[in-house]
Write a protein that binds this ligand. Sequence first.
Ligand code: SAH
Ligand code: SF4
Ligand code: F3S
Length: 471
Amino acid sequence: MATARLTSEEIDRQMAICAQIAEGNAARPSQPLALVDTYGCQQNEADSERLRGYLREMGYAFTQDEALADVIVVNTCAVRGHAEDRVLGNVGALVHTKRKKPGQIIALCGCMMGEPGMVEKIRDSYRHVDLVFDPHALWKFPELLQRVITRRGRVFDTPGGDGAIAEGVPVARQGTLKAWVSVMYGCNNFCSYCIVPYVRGRERSRRPEDILAEVKELVAAGCRDITLLGQNVNSYGKDLGEGVDFPWLLERVCAVEGEFLVRFMTSHPKDASDRLFQVMAREPKIAHHLHLPFQCGNDRVLAAMNRRYTAAGYLELVRRLRAYIPDIVLTSDVIVGFPGETTAEFEDTLRLIEEVRFDALFTFIYSPREGTPAAKLPDVLTAEEKQANFQRLVDAQNAISHAIHQGYIGRTFRCLIDGVGKDSRNNLTARTNSGRLVHLSGPEDLVGQFRDVTITDATTWALFGRLEEEG
Ligand code: SAH
Ligand code: SF4
Ligand code: F3S
């Protein structure tokens, strides 16, 4: 099925509404303030940059203080119950903020707004929320906000469905040095535990020319570190026609002139190909880092998760990847306590991490998501048993991460000096090509430059280094 695309007239209309709101805002005694609060993954961060882009066009300045904000937008995540509870707690507390500032507008958006029953819950129990929209309606945020401003009634817009692609929405990025660039939206994989395909719609790819124009513009504006985003970037282009796929796109992005690094996430193991690894090995601009979630090391559980690979298949993939790129930094996601997983099955996950020796892991305890197939499966372990397994995993990985970091000491890496840190002894932060954080001291005008850094010390989480003289 062809991907639906919004016409540029539709975005032009939203920009015209921004201009109208900006006119009203300019007439106010002081510049109104907006706050955008983001939960969840980089995709949501990227969406929040678009919400801020629109708000900036509407004449808002930004604040972190809820008490001062004229507009509060909460961009939510539905991936685990814990994240959701935090959102609902924080939104509940905004009742008091709004009581002190009666004109305040509160908007809720993001993945939670696509969940069954959530809109009704907000409608009935969170009556101080003025505006609700899902990720598919983000492109018309100006129109929705204008309806709230002019009518002072509550507005709900949650179309759901497969979703379309909107180009030309303004973006307000946090800094100039690093940027996220979405290459595709949605997911078709339907892993049995995951809500993302339900709330984000089907896979749809941006056109390569739109992506390349954005990358060129970013690099010209001083961006040195670009992360290409998608729930499964290795599916890029399947909806675009012949010859266009992710390795091809990577090559085009690398061909953009300038000194910058290219990262990408996430890659599903079933779609990671030798061609991808070959392009990564060949292109000096691509970071030697791969985030390759394996989720679980047991084949029965992997099948129940609908992951479509086996533990042996995953290990073979890692072996081939390391043959192409021996210094690859590998990170991954793991779920502990999938329904039906026994402790003996969990121990296959421990064995897998000992064999692969990931640089870092993102570890999660399974959280049932209503409407997903896994939520109907029975459990065999208690919450305490799952917690104990989780702790074993975290301890094992910490030991591995620590040992790998110790191995960095004495070696020199080309790093992007990317910011000023909080620690006065190590005033700068930097990232190795593969994204490891390094603390070091040096002149602040180096921020934005690539320099050689020798690692002098390491903990489980971070590296410490010394700048080398430029020869
Ligand atoms: N598309 C990405 C990941 C998106 S969600 C991918 O496939 O890699 C990020 C991570 O959250 C997943 O990799 C998984 O480890 C975790 N996750 C997703 N649903 C979950 C659930 N119901 N309970 C616990 N963890 C979950
Ligand atoms: Fe969720 Fe699986 Fe899609 Fe990742 S690939 S977003 S885990 S369904
Ligand atoms: Fe959360 Fe939505 Fe991302 S559910 S992890 S914010 S795609």
